[in-house]
Design a protein around this ligand. Structure first.
Ligand code: HEC
Length: 245
């Protein structure tokens, strides 16, 4: 028992690291049953992420079916690779080795990223890029310090300027970035940008566990069945006991 407690405490710092530099995360509050949001998320993903990241455990056709995009529309608007067929896996052709050289790290496949990082982390991450001229792409990230990924949503958000606060770290005063504020040059205002990121995260969460949509829908049927079944059983019980009394 004691040993387990020691191991648990030994793991605590690494858990905090996994969440990324101890930054409080914003709630994504995404809704997997919202098809319009999932569709917008898929559109954003294909336009802004798929150039570098694959989603190779998913097939275009299945995604189209699951989130209610007609196959033809999917083919015409969301599959940019002229060679790709609608039944194909969502792979992209970016060579991993060169990508690692360009960015310092290869862009990982994103099919399961929501399971690894969690929706709140993704939501916070995509809203936490900030201008930092010392970095190769001119941006850094609050929850993923020294990230290799450029701020690909900058045209939507505008240029995010860092917001500083002075904090005591180990008894010393440090100026740390606690938030970002857009310079207002983006296509979206702050609220719209948050909504767009929420849709994108919604799509990524769906991607990590496509069956969740079915499970949720099935859950309602099961609950409905149980309610009706209970009523029938109660009525039956009354019927059987009527003559006994
Ligand atoms: C220009 C290429 C490029 C594009 C476009 C791009 N990324 Fe990235 N992304 C990267 C690279 C490179 C990394 C690895 C960063 C590192 O490890 O330092 C990364 C890392 C990530 C991670 C962290 C994965 C992890 O768990 O370590 C997430 C999440 C992510 N990207 C999401 C997205 C999303 C969502 C989009 C679309 C809005 C996107 N990326 C577009 C290059 C890109």
């Amino acid at each position: 028992m004691k040993k387990w407690i020691v191991i648990l405490f030994a793991m605590l710092p690494s858990l905090a690291m996994a969440a990324g530099a101890n930054v409080p995360l914003d709630k994504a509050n995404n809704d997997l049953s919202d098809q319009a949001s999932l569709q917008n998320g898929a559109k954003l993903f294909m336009n802004y992420c798929f150039g570098c990241h694959s989603a190779q455990y998913q097939r275009y056709e299945r995604v189209a079916r699951d989130i209610g995009i007609p196959t033809e529309l999917m083919k015409e608007n969301l599959i940019f690779d002229p060679e790709a067929k609608v039944g194909d896996l969502m792979e992209n052709a970016i060579p991993e080795n060169s990508a690692a050289k360009w960015f310092g790290a290869p862009p990982p496949d994103l099919t399961l990223v929501a399971r690894v990082r969690g929706a709140d982390w993704l939501y916070t991450y995509l809203r936490s890029f900030y201008e930092d001229p010392s970095r190769p792409f001119g941006v850094n990230n609050i929850v993923f310090p020294s990230v290799g990924m450029p701020h690909v949503l900058e045209e939507l958000q505008g240029i995010p300027k860092p917001v500083y606060e002075t904090k005591m770290v180990n008894g010393e005063e440090h100026r740390v970035v606690v938030g970002v504020k857009s310079d207002g040059t983006g296509e979206l205002n702050g609220e719209e940008y948050d909504d767009a990121v929420r849709d994108l995260v919604n799509f990524l969460e769906y991607s990590g566990d496509p069956v969740k949509l079915e499970r949720h829908a099935l859950g309602w049927w099961v609950m409905g069945f149980l309610v009706i079944f209970t009523i029938v059983v109660v009525l039956l019980k009354k019927e059987y006991w009527r003559d006994v009394h």
